[in-house]
Design a protein around this ligand. Structure first.
Ligand code: CO8
Length: 285
């Protein structure tokens, strides 16, 4: 059966629609481009609102949610890369869309299911950041599992300058990533930091030249994609558990996931390959 899903309201349809066919589901996107196999086992999601500096309107976020849901279920995908391109990652939530909203409008719009979906995604997501990653854009990178940045990357939580504050994890994930002092400074002043400062704070994985951002991110994705998909998902889950539990609870969680890897064919294959001095072939079973 072929299902056609459109995520955009008719009034917004001005640009060409990108379609994605996974498992016979054709998805139409207006504000993102999705390449399910940019390389074997690696999917690429590109934010695509260049004129608005990839400002995250609700429709775009719903598209990310739906694309991730599909990619997470696609056995051919093992790692997802999320990027805004070379010029800008994302300049935050769409200020024009929410400027006149009431608190109840904001409450009633289902805008956080999309962030919850990113958090729920079992496969690793790598953010490839060039240019501004501000407000919701910075929070989007923090929701991903790793961040590769180009030399031009600038991170910040400037919501305070427009009379509000972070609402999609900036006070929580940023604090966990860089500690209280720097998180306070960024959130309370709205200042931007460059890639080097972000690296020194432990916010990002590494800095690469702009023209190599995708290449280097693909290199990292490839390293992950060749491991056991089962172990990768269980390990990701366990690392994230570190932010939600006491040490003892986290250790117990880790132990259970470690045991669970022994239910997989991949664990048998990985250890057999080591003993036989050959490269393992992981299938995700
Ligand atoms: N929303 C809407 N439009 C934007 C946004 C944005 N966040 N950022 C830029 N744009 C638009 C501009 O309005 C402009 O449009 P136009 O040409 O029609 O005037 C176009 O993009 C280009 O922007 P600039 O001319 O301003 O470009 P500059 O290079 O001069 O400046 C900056 C770039 C510094 C990035 C500047 O655009 C800026 O400060 N942008 C706003 C940054 C910001 O405050 N971000 C936080 C937004 S609030 C937020 O993210 C809250 C998240 C809460 C949770 C999310 C729940 C969904």
């Amino acid at each position: 059966m072929i299902l056609k899903i459109k995520f955009v309201e008719a009034s917004f349809v001005t640009d060409s629609i990108n379609t994605l066919n996974i498992n016979n589901i054709i998805m139409a996107f207006q504000f993102i481009k999705v390449t399910p196999q940019v390389e074997t086992h690696i999917a690429l999601i590109e934010l695509n609102r260049p004129k608005e500096l990839n400002a995250l309107n609700r429709e775009l976020m719903l598209e990310i949610r739906d694309a991730l849901r599909e990619l997470d279920e696609d056995d051919n995908v093992r790692v997802v890369i999320l990027t805004g391109g070379e010029r800008v990652f994302a300049a935050g939530a769409d200020i024009k869309q929410m400027a006149n909203a009431t608190a109840i409008d904001m409450f009633n719009v289902d805008q956080f299911s999309t962030w919850d979906q990113i958090k729920k995604t079992k496969k690793p997501i790598i953010a490839a950041v060039s240019g501004f990653a501000l407000g919701g854009g910075c929070e989007l990178t923090l929701t991903c599992d790793m961040i590769m940045a180009s030399e031009t990357a600038k991170f910040g939580q400037p919501e305070i300058k427009i009379g509000t504050m972070p609402g999609a994890g900036g006070t929580q994930r940023l604090t966990r990533a860089v500690g209280k002092a720097m998180a306070m400074e960024l959130v309370l002043t709205g200042k931007f930091i460059n890639a080097e400062e972000a690296l020194n704070m432990g916010l990002i994985n590494r800095i690469v030249p702009v023209e190599l951002l995708l290449t280097e991110t693909l290199g990292l994705a490839r390293e992950i994609a060749k491991q056991s998909p089962v172990a990768i998902k269980l390990a990701k889950e366990a690392v994230n558990q570190a932010f939600n539990s006491t040490l003892d609870e986290g250790l117990m969680f880790e132990r259970k996931n470690f045991y669970l890897t022994f239910a997989s064919e991949d664990q048998k294959e990985g250890m057999a390959a080591f003993i036989e001095k050959r490269t393992p072939t992981f299938t995700g079973k």
